[in-house]
Design a protein around this ligand. Structure first.
Ligand code: HEM
Length: 424
């Protein structure tokens, strides 16, 4: 095990291995809940501090990148101040509300079944399959049900991008592009400045992606009857009588695709990883569908897919007793809040029987709370149900070394090679 990182070395924008980062968070929670981590930068480590800060939109505004020099219509929803934010959120909420997204269940199920069946069929002929040693009374029969494949690549990653395409009303067959574009945009997130040295707009950051979304807007603007999907609703909406511009619609749509993709994939991958390393737990989850929801929430808490969110103080303020001057950046440590021992007993343990399970902040809090939470929960549940129906047992292939998602604010895996025994 590596040496625990101390709070003074901790850099949430370039996090080190998990043991070290959780050790640093614990130290901060116990010694200095709002810790200086750089020039005019702070890290809020406690559940109380993160909750207060995220709810307080009068004093903090989203600041992963400096959006002050961007055209107002090209600022993504997470960085728009109130009251404008609330007005755009209403449109997003109307499309992402549970009573609307629940209609995606059949699509998600069909998608998940197709992906898993294909992965198993392809994985049966994989040379790695020969290494499988199924624990069963009938090794020959089980051998024929054994398959090797990369669970993240074949099953987990395609689901959120296809589902978001479906919900947004853009052609589902294009979902592989969303997956690629989303990765490409995020890979450059920190370094992306335009020729004037200001951060690029989303459209400048990925012109091909932007052109695709613009085309979807053009189709809907030209239609005799605007479809009742997200882009259609943006077109029909107004802010104080002013219709939304193409720049605004394109920016928010691109952001939604990335926000829905880069988060849910991590959640699915994280809970399947927990199960892959714990066959007894998998057997329990497989046999008891009614505990799956709690299991998935505990995964969100302990292995939080979005580790941090960043805000800038819009005025001099005090948080958890610490003065924070106007203009300073505060990184709100969601991952640390979710492991705060003041709220969660033995927070490093995976215990889905804990009574305070739903106090986790994995989806944020306050006016910017994730509008995609109910869709993400639906995807996660259907993906787990389909997996349990089709897989008798599974384990990680020998020799695998964790390959983490390189996005600094995320916790997830980019690959998980598994050996699976499928249901007969
Ligand atoms: C496991 C899955 C997900 C996690 C952990 C997650 C997490 C979060 C968090 C922590 C925030 C708050 C950010 C902040 O306060 O600055 C957020 C906001 C957001 N999420 Fe999610 N999210 C997930 C899935 C989704 C999905 C499926 C969508 C859309 C399809 C989505 C769309 C958004 C949008 C648009 C925002 C910005 C909201 C605003 O600023 O008002 N998310 N998400």
């Amino acid at each position: 095990m590596s040496n625990p990182e101390t709070a003074s070395d901790f850099n949430p924008f370039n996090p080190t291995d998990l043991d070290s980062r959780y050790a640093a968070m614990e130290q901060m929670r116990n010694t200095c809940p709002v810790t200086p981590i750089g020039d005019r930068q702070w890290y809020a480590a406690t559940h109380a501090g993160v909750l207060t800060g995220l709810k307080n939109v009068d004093k903090f505004v989203g600041s992963f990148i400096d959006t002050s020099k961007l055209p107002p219509d090209e600022v993504m929803i997470s960085a728009i101040p109130e009251p404008r934010h609330g007005k755009i959120r209403r449109v997003i909420n109307s499309v992402m509300a549970p009573h609307r997204t629940m209609h995606a269940e059949g699509f998600i199920r069909e998608l998940a079944v197709g992906l898993l069946d294909d992965a198993i069929a392809k994985g049966r002929s994989s040379p790695d399959t020969q290494a499988v040693n199924p624990q069963t009374d009938n090794p020959e029969a089980a051998q024929s049900q054994a398959a090797s494949f990369d669970l993240i690549d074949e099953y987990v990653d395609p689901i959120p991008s296809a589902v978001i395409a479906h919900v947004l009303g853009v052609p589902t067959e294009d979902f592989q592009k969303f997956r690629r574009w989303s990765d490409e945009l995020l890979e450059n997130q920190n370094a992306d400045l335009n020729s004037e040295g200001v951060p690029k707009t989303m459209s400048q950051g990925h012109p091909e992606f932007a052109a695709y979304i613009q085309h979807q807007i053009d189709i809907r603007r030209a239609a005799l009857e605007t479809p009742d999907d997200l882009i259609g609703r943006f077109i029909g909406a107004d802010i104080e009588g002013e219709p939304l511009s193409d720049d605004m619609i394109r920016t928010q749509t691109m952001f939604l695709i990335i926000a829905g993709n880069e988060t849910t994939r991590n959640w699915l991958g994280n809970y399947l990883t927990t199960l892959a390393y714990d066959p007894q737990l998998y057997a329990k989850i497989k046999n008891q569908p009614d505990i799956r929801e709690k299991f998935m929430e505990e995964s969100l808490r302990r292995d939080c897919p979005v580790q941090i969110v960043a805000r800038a103080a819009t005025q001099d303020t005090v948080i958890e007793g610490q003065s924070v001057p106007q203009g300073d950046q505060v990184v709100f440590g969601i991952a640390s809040a979710n492991r705060d021992e003041a709220v969660f007993e033995n927070p490093a343990d995976f215990n889905f029987d804990r009574s305070d399970l739903k106090k986790h902040l994995a989806f944020g809090a306050g006016p910017h709370i994730c509008p995609g939470a109910s869709l993400a929960r639906l995807e996660a549940r259907v993906a787990l149900d389909v997996f349990c129906e089709r897989v008798s047992s599974f384990s990680v292939q020998a020799g695998y070394e964790f390959q983490y998602n390189p996005v600094f604010w995320a916790l997830g895996l980019r690959s998980l090679p598994v050996e699976v025994i499928s249901e007969p």
